[in-house]
Design a protein around this ligand. Structure first.
Ligand code: UTP
Length: 291
């Protein structure tokens, strides 16, 4: 079985739900507590053993490349000033030379199309796909848990969670088959079904392990829901020839592409920090008492 070495981060979307914040700044660079959203997602991938990061970027996204680049003057200044603690943190986040690749999605035609743009960089091996605006909070990272499942089952793996059954039209929904390790065999996949057409209330939460055969299917993919080239439609076709398994993720998921999810992520992760927690709690208590 081939190891999962590469991860794709599609960062070419327009981020319309978060305008005007995202007019000039990529949503993946919005700060949650003390780091950009994308750093949390990259950390999750690296914890899972990913060696190579592939970003599918678009216009206005150069801040992401700068974030993962070495800033020689900054590092020298911090070193001269004896700021070793922050310098070490920055260096720990820094990918090794040659560990990051960038490609452009020239027109934002949908997530499936963005993934297809990474085909030459991924090559003929299974890969991880992480939606870079979703932060997952859990003891062991979601992608690491998925890699562990993959080592048992092979095939394709999707992380799933339960949604309110009336809200299936917001998500990609899977059908539940026989139990398998930390999840189940997937029997169906539908993009944004109305509740009466949904095969379950388990939604795909933004983490995938996919086999490279997905690229050939994306190549001649028609547009689907929302007029976009959908990854779910290509996965459904791949499902005809390859097994798909769901990993049931039980941590917290924050959709930082929307103001609501972003605020929740900031609160939850601030409360997870021993330094910040007492300050945030004190402020919230006094603030709520004024209401
Ligand atoms: P979203 O639909 O959440 O992102 O796509 P968006 O289009 O940027 O956001 P809104 O809805 O306008 O606010 C899921 C992920 O797929 C990427 C996005 O960057 C996001 O991380 N994506 C989407 C692309 O890279 N290219 C696309 O054409 C569409």
């Amino acid at each position: 079985m081939k190891k999962i070495r590469k991860a794709v981060f599609p960062v070419a979307g327009l981020g319309t739900r978060f305008l005007p914040a995202t007019k000039a700044l990529p949503k993946e660079m919005l700060t949650v507590v003390d780091k950009p959203v994308i750093q949390y997602v990259v950390n999750e991938a690296r914890e899972a053993g990913i060696e190579h990061l592939i970003f599918v970027t678009g216009r206005n996204k150069s801040a992401i490349e700068d974030h993962f680049d070495v800033q020689v003057e900054l590092y020298e200044t911090l070193s001269r000033r004896g700021r070793t603690e922050i310098l070490e943190r920055l260096e720990a986040m820094q990918p090794e030379p040659g560990q990051v690749s960038y490609t452009r999605q020239q027109v934002p035609l949908g997530l499936g199309h963005a993934v297809w743009c990474a085909r030459e960089l991924v090559g003929d091996e299974p890969f991880a796909l992480l939606l870079p605006d979703m932060i997952m909070q859990s003891e062991t990272g979601c992608m690491k848990q998925m890699v562990e499942l993959y080592e048992q089952t092979g095939g394709n793996i999707l992380a799933v969670e339960e949604c309110d059954p009336t809200e299936t039209h917001k998500y990609g929904i899977v059908g539940r088959g026989k139990d398998a390790y930390t999840g189940f065999e997937i029997t169906a996949m539908v993009e944004k079904p109305e509740p009466e057409d949904a095969p379950s209330n388990f939604y795909i939460n933004g983490r995938y392990i996919l086999q490279p055969e997905i690229f050939a299917l994306l190549e001649n993919q028609e547009t689907g829901a929302g007029g976009e080239i959908q990854i779910t439609d290509a996965m459904l076709r791949l499902h005809a020839t390859q097994p798909f398994y769901a990993h049931i993720f039980t941590g917290n998921t924050f959709d930082c592409g929307s103001p609501e999810g972003f605020i929740k992520a900031n609160l939850a992760l601030a409360l997870d920090s021993p330094q910040l927690k007492p300050h945030v709690l004190r402020f919230m208590r006094s603030f709520l008492n004024q209401e």
